[in-house]
Design a protein around this ligand. Structure first.
Ligand code: 13P
Ligand code: SF4
Length: 311
C-alpha cells in the first residue's frame, strides 16, 4: 500500500516536471509550503528570496505556492507572464490589514515621512509606499532609506517592534497595524516551558512573533535567516518559534541537529493549501491566474524594485 502511494507520487512529480518543461514554467514555493510541494519547486525561499527569483526569471509561466501577496508580487514584476496559483485566493490576513485610506491618513499626519511597508501587504497599498521590506532585510532597508526622515512602517506589530529595537531611525507606527494570527499563537509561557524541557537549546524566532517571545530568543530572523543560522551554528539543538513546517524542513536539511517547534499548534494552514495534485492541475488548466491592474502594478513595481536595489 505504502509503495503504491510512493509510486503514484513519483509519477505525479514526473508529470509536473514534464509540464514545467513543455510550458517553460517555474514553481516558486515558500519555506512554509508542504515538503512535497517544495520538492517540485525550482526555487524555495522566504519572501525575499522569492521576490528575487520572480524578478530574475525568464520563464513564461510562474506557479506561486504561497499566499496572496507573494502571487501579487510575482505578477507585479512579471506583467507580461502568466502568474498562477494552485489554489484561488489563499489569503494572508496580515496582508489585508492596511487600506489605502490608512496610508493616506498616516501620510497626511506625517508630511516628510517616508513609507516603508512590510511585504505582507497587497499591491494596492504597496503602490503607495516608498519601499517595501521583508523580515530578511527590514533593518538594512530602513537604514538605507530617506536620510533623517522618519519612516512610517506597517502593518505588522511584531516586525515593527523588531525594527524599532535595531534602527536609529524614527519609526512611526500605523494605528491600523495588525499581527500574524499564526506567529501570535506562540505565547511566552510556551517558550518558558520549552526552555525548561530543553535548557541547552538555542532559541530562534521569526519577528512576526510577540515582543515577549522575541525578547527570549537568541536569534531573530526571516524564515530563510532562521534556516541559515541553524545550519551554520556550532550548536546542535534549537527551539523554533515559527511555523512547525520550518522545523520539519530543517530536520531534513540538517539531520545531525535537533529541532523542536515551540508550539505544535503554530501552523499556517493557508501555506499548506497547495498540494502536488493542485500544482499539477494549475500547470494543466492554467486557471487561477493572478493579475494586478496596470496602474497599480506600475506603481507597486517601484517600491519592490527599490527593495531589490537596497538589499
Ligand atoms: P519570510 O519573509 O521570513 O519568509 O516570512 C514571510 C511570512 O509570511 C512568514 O509568516
Ligand atoms: Fe500570513 Fe502569518 Fe501565514 Fe505568514 S504565517 S502567510 S504572515 S498568516
Amino acid at each position: 500500500m505504502h509503495n503504491t502511494t510512493n509510486n503514484e507520487q513519483t509519477e505525479q512529480i514526473e508529470r509536473i516536471e514534464r509540464l514545467k518543461q513543455e510550458k517553460n514554467a517555474i514553481v516558486l514555493a515558500h519555506n512554509y509550503e508542504r515538503a512535497e510541494v517544495r520538492a517540485v519547486a525550482d526555487v524555495v525561499g522566504g519572501s525575499s528570496g522569492l521576490t528575487r527569483a520572480a524578478n530574475n526569471t525568464s520563464a513564461d509561466m510562474i506557479i506561486v505556492c504561497g499566499v496572496d501577496f507573494m502571487a501579487e508580487m510575482a505578477s507585479v514584476l512579471n506583467s507580461d507572464k502568466k502568474v498562477i496559483t494552485p489554489v484561488q485566493n489563499v489569503i494572508c490576513p496580515l496582508a489585508r490589514r492596511l487600506s489605502r485610506n490608512d496610508l493616506n491618513m498616516a501620510k497626511k499626519e506625517n508630511p516628510g515621512a517616508e513609507v516603508l511597508l512590510y511585504m505582507n501587504s497587497l499591491a494596492d497599498t504597496i503602490a503607495m509606499a516608498d519601499c517595501v521590506c521583508t523580515a530578511a532585510n527590514a533593518i538594512p532597508i530602513a537604514g538605507a532609506m530617506g536620510g533623517d526622515s522618519p519612516i512610517i512602517f506597517g502593518p505588522d506589530y511584531g516586525v515593527t517592534y523588531y525594527l524599532r529595537k535595531r534602527t536609529e531611525k524614527e519609526i512611526i507606527t500605523l494605528s491600523a497595524n495588525g499581527f500574524c494570527p499564526v506567529h501570535h499563537t506562540i505565547l511566552p509561557a510556551d517558550m518558558i516551558h520549552a526552555q525548561e524541557l530543553h535548557p541547552a537549546a538555542q532559541v530562534v524566532a521569526h519577528p512576526e512573533c510577540r515582543p515577549e517571545v522575541q525578547d527570549r530568543a537568541d536569534y531573530i530572523g526571516s524564515t530563510s535567516g532562521i534556516a541559515r543560522f541553524c545550519k551554520e551554528s556550532a550548536e546542535t539543538e534549537f527551539l523554533v518559534a515559527a511555523d512547525v513546517g520550518l522545523s520539519t524542513m530543517l530536520r531534513n536539511e540538517a539531520p545531525d541537529k535537533t529541532f523542536y517547534p515551540i508550539s505544535e499548534a503554530t501552523i499556517c494552514e493557508r501555506m499548506k493549501a497547495p498540494t502536488l495534485a493542485k500544482v499539477e492541475e494549475a500547470l494543466v488548466t492554467e486557471r487561477f491566474q493572478v493579475t494586478v491592474p496596470k496602474e497599480i502594478a506600475d506603481a507597486a513595481r517601484i517600491p519592490i524594485e527599490r527593495m531589490l536595489e537596497l538589499s
